[in-house]
Design a protein around this ligand. Sequence first.
Ligand code: SAH
Length: 461
Amino acid sequence: MKNFPMFLRMDGRRVVLCGGGEEVARKARLILKTEARITLVAEELDAELQGLVASGRADHVTRAGADDFEGAALVFIGTGEDELDAALAAQARRAGAVVNVIDRPELCDAFTPSIVDRDPLVVAIGTEGAAPVLGRAIKTEVETMLSPRLGPFVALAGRLRDAVAEKISPQQRRGFWEWAFSGEAYRAHLAGREREGARLLKEAIAEGRAPDATGHIALVGAGPGARDLLTLRAVQRLQQADVIYYDRLVDPEVLELARRDADRVYVGKEVGSHAWPQEKIDRLIVAEARKGRRVVRLKSGDPSIFGRAEEELSAARAAGIETEIVPGITAASAAAAAIGRPLTERGETDTFVITTGTCRPGDAAPDKVLMARPGTTTAFYMAVDKAEEVQAGLLAGGAPAACPVEIVAAASTARERHVKTVLGDLAACITREGISSPAILMVSYPKSLAGAAGEMSRQFA
Ligand code: SAH
């Protein structure tokens, strides 16, 4: 660690900015977040910096005098003239100031980090100049993880620290703060119900302890695989979870986004054995939530599409447990993105059907006649082993054998595969190409094919 990170006190202090252009204005915007006074040293100031002087937030001198750098907390220099910058840096350093010359690391005593600002919570990221682009990418990632509403809640907690110290015994204090930054008050605040959040927090302080935890079950969409296809809300729920039950198709990358000390329980199929029975999952998630824990049921894609969500929701409802669905990107959307094609196309396909190739034993298969209509694109889930049935059903329903079919396996993951064929060749193609699950079979019957149907069908059938 060549550079040591520190947070500097800025109240009642002074920062000197040398230069009058955009570069310096950018630093001024940062300093304005603090309570420091600003001295601008420049022959001329741009409109923004002039405004700063006019508003009384900054003083302006055209030339740095002997004592302008004296006692300054920081000096930023960016006049646009290399020699002047170096001379000012030397002068400032003689006065004992900590100097940053913009874009001249060799002349800097200190560097400004990438900042995620949830004042009073601040995250600073630095790479010692080794990888500024990576630093900014990490900043973006942290930005997405921290709600924009977090700052005011942290500030409120700060104002309540004395009250907590007075009302809550030292043994209970840690537990109280853990609750404060994860429990109902916190959730209410982050959901935009700030007043409720503050009320709950103050009630708990008056009671002298955090309320008993109330459990919660969130059915969270993990998306098709790539971790950057999770929603921000899904990431937040993973960060808040005490325990996560996840499926076979949930990518390990996605689990990395979970809170480190959350319990993770795999409920999918192990090689050579069976998946957990649904009733066992229902029972467990309810039992965990009853203990007051925050349960995330992480499901591939969108939890409400072929995710057996209803069983889990009704089990939770029956037990009086609060539930939430966090939608996700379903496999069909990811498959369309993978092949760079839309799911609907004006004038050609105006109906989009999501259906399955596999049903509960004994249930009738979905009616293919509905999907064998001109203008329809159908995404078949769980259909790799049922391709023959799908093909025969659609052809029997009247779809031409020339209907374009896109097969996308493991969409959005490193194992993604894409094969293009036509309906008349679907089953043979899957065998020939060795396509395995998970895959989406996307069959389109564009309107323009309706006229040519009879003739083409004969050709491919
Ligand atoms: N809830 C999920 C679907 C679960 S059913 C969703 O909304 O996507 C499981 C089926 O989803 C698989 O048989 C396959 O058809 C499809 N599937 C899931 N992930 C997929 C992926 N990455 N690529 C292609 N198909 C996928």
